[in-house]
Design a protein around this ligand. Structure first.
Ligand code: LLP
Length: 437
């Protein structure tokens, strides 16, 4: 029986904090049963392991311990305040892409503001002012027009703006086309061939400081090779800048390191070692500070979306398991045909059979899995959608006027609500019916 328990856990454990402590128990996050959390906080419910989030941050920090570096966690992956605070306390900085994300960092960890980089192709004047006033580390600038705007705002506010050009290294990455960003045909960054001239033109503007060179080639990239190729090009630009008398202190490697959604046995430490050695090799000769912007790698596997089965429905040859979570809670399967492992919280005996796991939203695209072999599920059962900590809650919406899920953070032996479930009152709060007649 002990062996059997190990076999059950092996399929989902190791790189994930979710496991069945014994063959007879319900799925746990660390020491906490997901059944008890669902009872207490309701479903759909996002559950995260603080321990794993910190472990992943530490793995990153260790992998780059040999050089001056800073991990700037990509807030967009999961922007919950409690998670930002957790990471900031362990020395992380942040990669933000909006004024809203800046406010989140200020609310959760104001002491980390000088560890913030601001990325994004369309920063507004208001957002630039907000970030200049707050005193962030660096603006990752994505066009010459943006650099001009940044200079104008810095002059107006009488403060110097540190910038990096986000260069587009024209590197191909094998990932979903919606999240690949490093090719010339994409909207991101500045053509690396034009960057040198733009840096040169910035010299002499007393409101601008050429501080870094940045790249970001895409997301969910499993191989280290394209990261190395992009870094090599960035490093070459740093040398050209140096020859032109422009000393660059910072290289920002962006984010994008992928996880394995299919295999819980994936080894994050080995992956990071491979990634770090590709970057270090490409950065030969560069002695400045390396910034890293991981999002998914830090939080994805730490989180699960827990849902309750509402109905099991047979339509012809197909079986549909309808859950109380839907595409508004986790849009990745609908948007990117993404795979998320689905496991019963309390497995039942019986053979697995092919089912579609779907939500209640009025769209055929509202599915979590199609033709997936799952153990028997009955109405009232709980299921966990794994690896949902990144781009899950952060991409949730109120589509179909569904209040958003609650979030719980598990820390050692305790669990706390870090975001209460939305109510219908929240949903209607910002709306106006019309003028009184
Ligand atoms: N830095 C920049 C400039 C980015 O645009 C991104 C992600 C990151 C860092 C973090 O990338 P990560 O380490 O998380 O791969 N919603 C999609 C992913 C979109 C990624 C957008 N940019 C998904 O659910 O797969």
């Amino acid at each position: 029986m002990f062996l059997e328990a190990n076999l059950t856990t092996a399929s989902i454990e190791s790189s994930r904090p979710f496991h069945y402590p014994t063959a007879k128990s319900a799925l746990h996050c660390g020491k906490i049963s997901l059944e008890s959390l669902a009872r207490k906080f309701g479903t759909p419910l996002y559950v995260y392991s603080a321990d794993q989030i910190l472990e992943r941050l530490q793995l990153f920090q260790q992998a780059f311990a040999g050089r001056h570096h800073l991990v700037c966690y990509a807030v967009k992956a999961n922007s919950s305040l409690a998670i930002l605070k957790l990471l900031a306390e362990k020395g992380a900085g942040f990669d933000i892409v909006s004024g809203g994300e800046l406010e989140r960092v200020l609310a959760a960890a104001p002491e980390a503001i000088d560890r913030v980089v601001f990325s994004g192709v369309g920063k507004t004047t208001m957002e630039i002012d907000q970030a200049l006033r707050a005193g962030i580390l660096e603006f990752n600038v994505e066009s010459e027009a943006e650099l001009e705007l940044l200079a104008a705002r810095a002059r107006k506010l009488k403060t110097k703006a540190r910038f990096a050009l986000r260069v587009n290294p024209d590197v191909f990455t094998e990932t979903h086309p919606y999240i690949s960003t490093g090719l010339r045909e994409h909207k991101f960054g500045i053509d690396i061939r034009q960057a040198l001239q733009i840096y040169k033109r910035s010299v002499g503007n007393r409101w601008l400081e050429a501080h870094g060179v940045s790249v970001h080639i895409g997301s969910q990239i499993r191989s280290a090779e394209p990261f190395g190729a992009a870094m090599e090009r960035a490093n070459k630009l740093v040398r050209q800048l140096d020859n032109a008398g422009i000393a660059i202190n910072v290289v920002d490697a962006g984010g994008g390191l992928g996880i394995d959604y299919h295999d819980g046995g994936f080894d994050p430490a080995a992956k990071l070692t491979e990634y770090a050695s590709a970057l270090n090799q490409a950065l030969e000769g560069f002695t400045g500070r390396l910034l890293l912007e991981p999002g998914r790698f830090i939080v994805a596997q730490a989180g699960a979306l827990v849902a309750r089965v509402l109905h099991v429905k047979h339509n012809g040859a197909k079986t549909f398991v309808i859950t109380d979570a839907a595409m508004n809670d986790l849009i990745r399967p609908a948007l990117y045909q993404a795979y998320h492992e689905i496991v019963p919280v309390r497995p039942r005996a019986g053979n697995a059979r092919d089912v579609d796991v779907v939500g209640p939203i009025c769209e055929t695209g509202d599915f979590f899995a199609r033709d997936r072999a799952l153990k028997p599920l009955r109405p009232g059962d709980l299921v966990a959608l794994l690896d949902a900590g990144a781009y899950g809650m952060a991409q949730s919406s109120n589509y179909n006027s569904r209040p958003r899920a609650a979030e719980v953070l598990v820390e050692g032996r305790s669990a706390r609500l870090i975001r209460r479930r939305e109510t219908v009152v929240d949903l209607l709060a910002s709306e106006v019916v019309g003028p009184k007649s």
